[in-house]
Design a protein around this ligand. Structure first.
Ligand code: 5GP
Ligand code: ZN
Length: 114
């Protein structure tokens, strides 16, 4: 989608720091990190949010989860642990309308919200 910032990042129209990429997903460093490791994992297909998932695009979830494990390994946080967050919708604080999974780690996360 031409007006989507993450589609433009995927298409290399906007620079980003790539962590991992395959045919289905792109993973890059968050511009405003909330932890020492803060990577966004996004499907290459434009899906607005978790609510935009349907039977036709649901396979992307598997690709995203596989990529999250890769990212954790690449960033060396797979052993110590990491947190994965998806903000879905305005009420949850979603600001970019292209499905993205936040992968956070590299520090002891003492604050538990759940
Ligand atoms: P949300 O608030 O929608 O869950 O997460 C959006 C995330 O995208 C934020 O953490 C924000 O820092 C990040 N972000 C927004 N614009 C850019 C950008 O142009 N480049 C990168 N690397 N991250 C971005
Ligand atoms: Zn998009």
């Amino acid at each position: 989608m031409k007006d989507c910032i993450f589609c433009r990042i995927i298409n290399q129209e906007i620079p980003s720091t790539k962590v991992y990429e395959n045919e289905y997903v792109y993973a890059f460093k968050d511009i405003n990190p909330a932890a020492p490791v803060h990577v966004l994992v996004v499907p290459k297909l434009h899906i607005e949010s978790l609510e935009g998932l349907n039977e036709d695009n649901l396979e992307n979830v598997v690709h995203i989860h596989r990529a999250i494990k890769k990212v954790a390994e690449i960033c060396k946080i797979n052993k110590e642990g990491y947190r994965v967050i998806v903000n879905c919708g305005e009420g949850a604080g979603q600001t970019v309308w292209h499905l993205h999974y936040h992968v956070l780690g590299g520090t002891k996360m003492d604050e538990k919200i759940l």
